[in-house]
Design a protein around this ligand. Structure first.
Ligand SMILES: C[S@@+](CC[C@H](N)C(=O)[O-])C[C@H]1O[C@@H](n2cnc3c(N)ncnc32)[C@H](O)[C@@H]1O
Length: 306
């Protein structure tokens, strides 16, 4: 099988050159043994309920058909999430907390997608997550309200709900996340016909869509904030972190994870970014699977989690 990093077949030659370079940069010793490259057997995080989670002192970057880094309590895959998810075991994940790119012209969105490409991509990654989730699994999907500019823009939540429902998810409810105080809303500037009668209104909040796969399951999850957090809006500020242009505040994945899982369960974020979902999962003693396609953000995740 061709390596998704460099496109070459390493079955005879051994490890991928890109992996060696990354290993060298991160100070990871080379793995000289040849590994069998069977995508179906790629390691998802073992999910033994309530099993104690051990962190590895020296995370390893391995070569399969994608680069993997094993932290002991979770794994980071470097690659395109649609491709990587195909290699992971079906029904190996309990919940997914994520925020996909949505053509907002952020630094990590170099190529502007057409409307068709955009919707196809959203469908493909949602299908991947659906396959990986166990029955009763949950998906928290944080997105903005709009995609595109002015009159050409479309309303993202309704489009994403339509696609997710087509894929098989059920919309359970959504959380309204107020990103700043009402006195100083964080999002948006005055726009539209300046001082005219056709303004565009900007939002200081964002939706977190909450989907379920299959029948709801029950596991006792009593904690001090359970009732409080079932009420929305959730009010906490956006992250001030400048290392990545769209970082979650830790509070966001933390609440989603704490409300819908127990210790030892596995949390997926296919758009890893700076790794906030993994930090929250670790704090709550859950396992994590992160996927991130950009090398520089993988390095950032490595720094934060090692
Ligand atoms: C909205 S950001 C996620 C930020 C993250 N929630 C955090 O707290 O840092 C989306 C991330 O997805 C990554 N990304 C975009 N397309 C991807 C793909 N096809 N596969 C994997 N990662 C992708 C981008 O590089 C970016 O870091």
């Amino acid at each position: 099988m061709d390596c998704i990093l460099c496109g070459k077949d390493h079955s005879k030659s051994g490890a991928c050159g890109i992996i060696s370079a990354i290993n060298k940069r991160w100070g990871v010793p080379e793995n000289t043994k040849k590994r069998k490259n069977n995508p179906k057997k790629a390691t998802a995080v073992p999910n033994k309920k309530h099993k104690s989670i051990e962190r590895k002192k020296q995370p390893k970057l391995l070569c399969g058909n994608s680069a993997q880094m094993d932290f002991g309590d979770g794994i980071l895959y470097k690659g395109d999430c649609v491709e990587v998810m195909k290699t992971l075991d079906e029904k190996s994940v309990d919940i997914c907390v994520t925020s996909p790119p949505y053509n907002a012209q952020k630094a990590y969105e170099k190529v502007k997608q057409t409307r068709e490409e955009f919707f196809l991509f959203q469908k493909l990654w949602l299908e991947g997550v659906f396959r990986l989730l166990k029955d009763g699994g949950k998906l928290f999907l944080n997105i903005g309200w709009w995609c595109g500019k002015r009159e050409k823009r479309f309303f993202l939540p309704s489009e994403m709900i339509t696609i997710a429902v087509e894929v098989g998810f059920k919309l359970s409810s959504w959380i309204n996340w107020v990103k700043g105080s009402l006195k100083a809303p964080q999002a948006g500037r005055a726009s539209g016909d300046i001082y005219g009668v056709s303004p565009f209104f900007s939002n200081g909040d964002e939706p977190i869509l909450y989907f379920t796969k299959g029948k709801r399951k029950h596991e006792n999850n009593k904690h001090e904030n359970w009732y409080k957090w079932t009420k929305t809006p959730w009010v906490f500020p956006t992250s001030r972190n400048k290392e990545h242009p769209a970082t979650f505040p830790l509070e966001l994945p933390l609440r989603c994870i704490k409300m819908t899982s127990v210790e030892g369960w596995t949390v997926l974020d296919p758009f890893g970014g700076s790794g906030t979902t993994a930090l929250a999962a670790r704090k709550l003693k859950r396992r994590f699977i992160l996927i991130e396609k950009q090398k520089s953000y993988c390095e950032l995740i490595h720094q934060k989690l090692s």
